[in-house]
Design a binder for this molecule. Structure first.
Ligand SMILES: Cc1cc2nc3c(=O)[nH]c(=O)nc-3n(C[C@H](O)[C@H](O)[C@H](O)COP(=O)(O)O)c2cc1C
Length: 186
């Protein structure tokens, strides 16, 4: 008589566990990824194509030699043309008191392109892309490459200059974060 061995049993257990999982729809993905706390940044570009910026949590370190980062921008945004033609951009990590600025650069107040920079104090590092003067840290990048991935365009940037604010000596929370679809502090 054939008996079920351990491998058969574990394959069956895996099959039924998979069947019970919800499908990875866009909505399920967005609900899952909302639980990931992220720093809130403004990604900005300036150059021959003009000046623009957007609020972004989709920012990540890629390589430290050469220093390389990535940012993801919805492919429907008119800012894609500026990112590609200017071929440079900056990333400013926002301080905890910059919620209004985050909302302005998220398009929640109806301001677009250059008009968003009427708010906040802006400086520049090496490329001329706008950097928030009181950013917790900022990375100034030359565009390395970009790639369409689903709904977004992924921009890879080679970091050519940095700005780093010293830590609060008492360890106070300083950084604006986004978690569970709400702003917070870290
Ligand atoms: C907290 C937060 C994080 C965001 N992160 C991103 C992001 O990483 N990538 C993106 O394309 N849009 C992101 N958005 C939405 C853009 O900021 C928003 O669509 C913006 O208006 C894009 O600029 P545009 O109107 O010039 O296209 C985020 C919005 C918020 C409030």
């Amino acid at each position: 008589m054939a008996t079920e061995n351990t491998a058969d049993r574990s394959a069956k257990a895996q099959e039924s566990a998979t069947a019970a999982l919800p499908p990875a729809t866009g909505e399920a993905f967005r609900d899952a990824i909302a639980r990931l706390p992220s720093g809130v940044n403004i990604v900005a570009t300036a150059g021959p194509a003009g000046k623009a910026g957007f609020t972004a949590t989709a920012v990540a370190s890629v390589s430290d030699d050469p220093p390389t980062v990535l940012v993801c921008l919805n492919s429907k945004s008119p800012q894609n043309r500026l990112m590609q033609e200017n071929a440079q951009f900056s990333i400013s990590l926002l301080p905890k008191d910059a919620v209004t600025l985050a909302n302005i650069f998220a398009g929640r107040t109806g301001l677009h392109l250059e008009d968003r920079f009427r708010h906040g104090e802006w400086t520049a590092l090496s490329t001329g892309s706008p950097v928030l003067a009181d950013a917790i840290m900022a990375l100034d990048c030359r565009l390395h490459s970009f790639q369409d991935v689903g709904s977004h365009v992924v921009y890879f940037g080679t970091v050519v200059a940095t700005l780093t604010k010293p830590r609060d000596p008492e360890g106070a929370k300083e950084v604006l974060i986004y978690h569970d679809r709400h702003y917070g502090e870290a």
